[in-house]
Design a protein around this ligand. Structure first.
Ligand code: F6R
Length: 341
């Protein structure tokens, strides 16, 4: 591997700080062709549209902000916007490269239908289109690959949404605090996460994550898939206590279980579900590893876990003998799709 041992992870705190400071100007209205995009009113909902390593930023933003908003944050990892999305919604189209066909397609729908849209990318076609149309755009710093640029995607998105919804001060303050927990995730890595790599290498992992921080489970799956080339099932608590859990009555070869616990859920109803789950796993004699998150907010907890577990997937890649950076099969699909679109 030509990159540093943990690729961009040691730079994550500074990438996050830089991205949170990126300025964005959101005008009241933008006229594109015969349509007027209205950014100044109140929105009926927000859609964050992006794929893979970019789309996950939307999941984390949703987990961070949804509870305090009266409007839905919809994460759209698809070619089309949901049919109910109209010009009363705000869309954030997010793509690290700016060249992902699905995300460009959603941006174009916004322009065609007069839906206010903000774009976030390192450059690419999305930036070009935004400049041509005069829609607000944020250019973010580069990393080795999209997934290693998560802080750039996430913190710029928080900044943009904070501004668009007039909740900037609160969002920025919480985001700044969470960067301390990215730093802590890097510092705690050797002590807290690294030993898991040997245990999960060449296994199928099920990760149980409480629903308020479900994005951590999804990100872990994506990192295991793309970095370590390993399969993972994301099991969201409480839903997975109604289906996934049933399989643990059987001893399944090569299966490992992670259970995520966090201060923000411990003394809540979700905490009751985590306790019930581990109690049943104990009764069934199933081995599991508990991931104890740290943090002063959901965002901090998620980013602490995303950092530690993400670094661990790079160690797994090394153990199983794959290059964590290369994602050849994904690149091939993108080539075919781009050629046809
Ligand atoms: C690659 C990665 C992928 C990409 C996805 C979308 O590191 O994480 O999941 O993020 O293929 O591409 P972008 O992010 O450029 O829109």
């Amino acid at each position: 591997m030509s990159q540093g041992q943990y690729i961009d992870y040691p730079r994550w705190p500074s990438l996050a700080e830089e991205s949170l400071r990126i300025d964005i100007k959101i005008p009241e209205k933008v006229r594109v062709r015969d349509r007027e995009l209205n950014y100044g009113g109140t929105f009926r909902g927000v859609v964050i549209s992006g794929m893979g390593g970019s789309g996950i930023a939307g999941d984390i933003v949703r987990d961070t902000l949804q509870d305090r908003l009266k409007i839905p944050i919809v994460v759209n990892k698809d070619l089309h916007l949901p049919p109910y999305v109209d010009d009363n919604y705000l869309v954030i189209a997010i793509s690290y490269s700016g060249n992902t066909a699905e995300t460009i397609r959603c941006y174009e729908t916004c322009i065609d239908e007069g839906i206010p849209v903000i774009t976030i990318s390192t450059g690419g076609k999305l930036k070009e289109l935004a400049e041509r149309n005069g829609t607000p755009h944020m250019t973010i710093p580069k990393a080795t690959a999209p997934r290693y640029g998560l802080p750039c995607l996430l913190y710029s998105c928080l900044r943009a949404l904070g501004k668009a919804l007039n909740i900037e001060d609160k969002v920025i303050n919480e985001a700044e605090n969470s960067i301390n927990y990215i730093r802590k995730g890097v510092e705690d890595y050797e002590r807290k996460f690294k030993s898991l790599a040997d245990k999960l290498a060449n296994k199928f992992t099920m990760i149980y994550t409480p629903s308020p921080i479900a994005s951590l489970g999804v990100r872990f799956k994506n990192d295991m898939n793309e970095n370590a080339k390993q399969p993972v099932a994301v099991c969201i608590i409480p839903e997975s206590e109604h289906n996934d859990l049933a399989i643990h009555i059987r001893e399944i070869e090569r299966l490992e279980i992670l259970v995520v616990d966090a201060p923000s859920v411990r003394d809540t109803e979700h905490g009751v579900h985590v306790t019930a789950l581990t109690k049943v796993l104990d009764e069934l004699g199933r081995r599991y590893y508990r991931i104890e998150l740290e943090g002063d907010s959901r965002l901090s907890e998620i980013m602490y876990g995303v950092t530690g577990l993400g670094m661990m997937t790079i160690d797994i890649a090394r153990i199983v003998g794959v290059d964590p950076v290369k994602i050849e099969a994904i690149d091939r699909v993108k080539k075919y799709v781009t050629a046809r679109s």
